[in-house]
Each structure stands twice: as C-alpha cells, then as structure tokens.
Ligand binder design. Structure first.
Ligand code: AMP
Ligand code: ZN
Length: 483
C-alpha cells in the first residue's frame, strides 16, 4: 500500500498542511468537550464524530495517539463571549437540583451517545472542576503582564498579545459586533479568566482565589487542561466552527501569554500547531436548539427507529468542513446505505482475517481509501472506496476480511460485528414486538404456501395497521420495517 502523507486543514493558516508531529511517532490531540448542562444535540455529536475520525486516522497512520476531551462543568456562560449566566448554574436553578447532580446526569448521557456512535474513548476525559487549583496558578502567572482586575473578575487584556483574533480573522476594535457587557473593560474582546462571586451572593460552585471567591472562566479551563495533559505545544486542537471565533482565539491569547516571554508570536505559541474545526449540522425548523422543547438528541433518532450508526454514516457522508443539513429522509438513506454494507459484509462475518492485506485486486481500493482519508479526512470518498472493497469478487475471503477490518478501523462502524437485527430498532411508539411480527409473518408464509391469499392479505393489512410494512422481494432482504 502506498502511504499518502496526511494533510490536515489548519484554521490558523487557512491552509491544508502536511502533518508533522511535535513528538516523533506521536499525535497529541485536544478536543473541546461538552458543557454538561443539558443533553447534547446531534450537532454537538458531529463534533465528536469528527474528532473520532481524526483520532482513528492518526492511529491508521501509525501515530501513538493521546486524545483528551474535556467535560465543562463550570464556567461556560450563556453567551460564548463574556456575558450572561453560567449555563450550569442556570440549569441547576431551573431544575432545583445541585450542579453536581446536573453535571453527573448529563455527562453520563453524553457518554452514552459517545458509545452509541462508536466514538472511541479518549485517553483522558478531563473534568474542568478537577483542575481549578492549576487554573488559579495559571491566572497568577499571567496576571501581572496580561490581566487587570474589575469588581466582577480578573480580565485578560487582548491588546497585550500579538495578533489577537488571527484565528477568527476578526478585528479587535469596537464596532465589530461584540457586545461590551462589562463596564471598565479595556477592549471589547477582553474576557474574564476569573469571575468573582458578587458580594452577598453564594454560588453553588465557587473557590477561593487571590481575587476573592469565584469561578474560572471557560476559556482558561481548556488552556490549562490541554497544557497539563498534553504539554505545549501539542499537535492538534479541535472544536466546532463556532469556537474559531471566540473560544479558541481566547485560548490562544492565554497560551501566548503563558508560553512565551519574548515576541508573543501566535504561530509558535498558540499552544497547538494545528487548529481544526468541524462545520455545523443545521436543521431548518430550529429543532437543534436546546430551548425548542423536543430537540434533536440521539435518543430521539433511536426512539423513531433509526440506529445511531445511521447518524454516524450521515456525518461521514459529508466532509467535516462542509455544512451538513439534517433531514429524516437523509437519515433514512444513510441507514439504507449502512444496511447495504452490512449485507455485503455478511459472507465475511465468520471468516478469520488474514494477517496481511496484500492482494492485487484489493491494492487499488486500499490505496484509494488511504489517499482519501489522508486528504484532510475525506470520508465521503473513503466510504466509496470501502464499498468498492466490499464489492470485490473472487478474492480470498480471509484477505478481504482483513482489508475491510482495516478500513473499518477508520470509519468506525464495527460492521463485521453488527447483525441485521442490531440495525432494526423498534420505534418507541410501535405497538407490536419483533417476535409478534415474526410470528405473523410465519403464519402469512404458511397461508401463501397453501395459496390462501385471503388470509395472507388479511395478515398483511393487520400488520400495516400497526405500522409494520411487509417488504416482499426487498432487494436488501429485509422482510419488514416499522415506520
Ligand atoms: P458545547 O457543549 O456547546 O460547548 O458544544 C460542544 C461542541 O459541539 C463544540 O465543539 C461546538 O462547537 C459543537 N457544536 C455546537 N453546535 C453544533 C452544530 N450544530 N453542529 C456541529 N457542531 C456543533
Ligand atoms: Zn474548549
């Protein structure tokens, strides 16, 4: 197999760059994790499917991967900049529960989605509240040169670092759209790295600090955890495209302040060499917004009878830097594609994989797959190569299985361990069980064998009334579906 060199699009330079690890043979990646004040929506999960494919690709390329995903359980305000309330505090007040209970519940829910989407476990799940002493130390170190104190907190002065906002390609001067919510800020883009508890108030989460009782700022958390677990500079920092505008420029500014004593150069001291951002999953009717009642959670897809890996497929069908529009039809099509792959892989299920992947008939697709995934994670093209490999005929099954397994290590479907019944999920609203459907279909088959078409049709109608569509002659061999 020809090894194509891995190129990744760096948001910092707005260019595709050849990946060259900081530490030979290693890849160290930090992904901004969820704020656990609510369930993640499927758009949030796109960010982790993307980070997962990145991690899997780095492993495929032979790098020893250290991946960190953080859990934000304090400090993320309702406005990504520097205004509004702490999301966690607000949800805790709304639900009359402790923040710790809220954090525990939604972290578990997030981890369940991670598992359902076959997102690999990172080496570290770093929990923000475990790092508060280190955050205070950081703030103390950068405060003399880069911060100033106001009644509400300790603020970072963005004019003290070179090229602030280069990642966002934004100007720091006023009038570019940022709301200056705090009186006394020197620059509109300045942000709190420590938020003091207002006098006379008590927050559920607060810590003592040189600036009084309070809580760390969200941007500081990621800088500190990334540096602590991966060391500066590490290789890659990921997040959704929204983070390119505020959160990551602020992280970079802090990292510049922390890392260097000289020219404060962005390229050398931004903390990570490559900053990567996934584009958004969008949905026209607003069902993505967590304030819209029934919003698009992974569980909603499952409740409607879609296997979660159909959503993984949907994500992989688009390039991570393209916007992806969600629709139920699109999800249905992704599920059908997954079913087709499963059917094609079925003959390999009980075959033992060969120890090598060399075969003249498979070399081309393996090379095409490697080329695609090496080209800034071009998963849509890699999927096509995967299907081509599945379709190759008259090759040694053991070698074919080895090739499919290898490609699947990047795509992450676990196709060879999936069965047809795994993919058939009963919608929550369905009034009939799989066993009952199978019994009815057996009776129908018997009636048809005796040419009793009246009974056969009646059974079909009964099933239809309960939402079961009988699919005689379905090319995928699926006998029925619930919809
Ligand atoms: P949050 O919990 O709000 O910090 O978001 C978690 C991750 O999801 C971040 O990396 C966001 O940038 C990302 N994200 C938020 N909304 C979307 C969306 N609609 N599509 C893709 N990624 C998103
Ligand atoms: Zn972050």
């Amino acid at each position: 197999m020809t090894e194509h060199s891995l190129t990744l699009f760096n948001s910092l330079t707005r260019k595709a760059e050849t990946f060259a690890p900081v530490h030979p043979g290693e890849a160290r990646v930090y992904s901004c994790g969820p704020t656990v004040y609510n369930y993640p929506h499927i758009g949030n999960m796109r960010a982790y499917v993307f980070a997962d494919v990145l991690g899997r690709t780095l492993s495929w390329k032979g790098y020893a991967l250290t991946h960190v995903i953080n859990i934000t359980d304090v400090g993320h305000l309702t406005d990504d900049g520097d205004a509004g309330e702490d999301k966690m505090e607000r949800m805790a007040a709304e639900k009359a529960q402790s923040i710790w209970d809220i954090a525990r519940h939604y972290t578990q829910a997030y981890w369940a989605d991670v598992k359902a989407l076959n997102i690999r476990q990172p080496a570290h799940w770093s929990i923000a509240t475990d790092y508060v002493p280190q955050m205070i130390e950081w703030a103390e170190k950068i405060a003399p040169k880069h911060c100033y104190e106001l009644d509400s907190g300790l603020y970072f002065d963005v004019s003290t670092v070179a090229d602030y906002g280069r990642l966002a390609r934004a100007h720091t001067d006023e009038g570019e759209g940022r709301i200056e919510a705090v009186e006394g800020k020197r620059n509109a883009a300045d942000f709190a790295i420590w938020r003091k508890t207002p006098p006379g108030e008590k927050r559920q989460m607060e810590w003592d600090s040189p600036w009084g009782k309070g809580a760390p700022g969200w941007h500081l958390e990621c800088s500190v955890m990334g540096g602590a677990l991966l060391g500066f500079p590490f290789d890659i920092h990921t997040g959704g495209i929204d983070h390119r505008e505020i959160h990551h420029p602020n992280e970079i500014a802090q990292n510049q302040a922390y890392c260097c004593t000289n020219g404060l150069d962005v390229a050398e001291n931004s903390g990570a060499r490559i900053w990567m951002h996934n584009n958004f999953l969008v949905e026209r009717s607003g069902k993505m917004s967590k304030s819209s009642g029934e919003f698009l959670r992974l569980q909603l897809l499952i409740d409607k009878g879609y296997h979660p890996l159909a959503y993984r497929m949907m994500c992989l069908q688009a390039h991570y830097r393209s916007e992806l529009e969600f629709s139920w039809e699109g999800l249905g099509a992704a599920l059908t594609r997954l079913k087709r792959m499963l059917m094609a892989a079925a003959p390999l299920r009980d075959v033992e994989a060969a120890s090598q992947v060399d075969h003249p008939k498979l070399a081309g697709v393996l090379d095409a797959f490697d080329a695609a995934i090496s080209d800034d994670l071009n998963t849509p093209v890699a999927l096509t190569a995967f299907e081509e490999a599945l379709a190759v005929k008259k090759v040694d099954a053991a070698i074919k299985r080895a090739v499919i397994e290898r490609m699947d290590q990047v795509l992450g479907f676990g196709l060879l361990d999936l069965s047809r019944s795994d993919l058939r999920i009963r919608p929550k609203a369905a009034q009939i069980t799989e066993a009952e459907i199978d019994q009815a279909l057996a009776r129908r088959k018997a009636a048809r064998a005796e040419k009793d078409f009246a009974t056969s049709d009646a059974i079909r109608d009964e099933l239809a009334a309960m939402g079961v569509e009988v699919m005689d002659g379905d090319p995928l061999g699926w006998d029925w579906k619930l919809g």
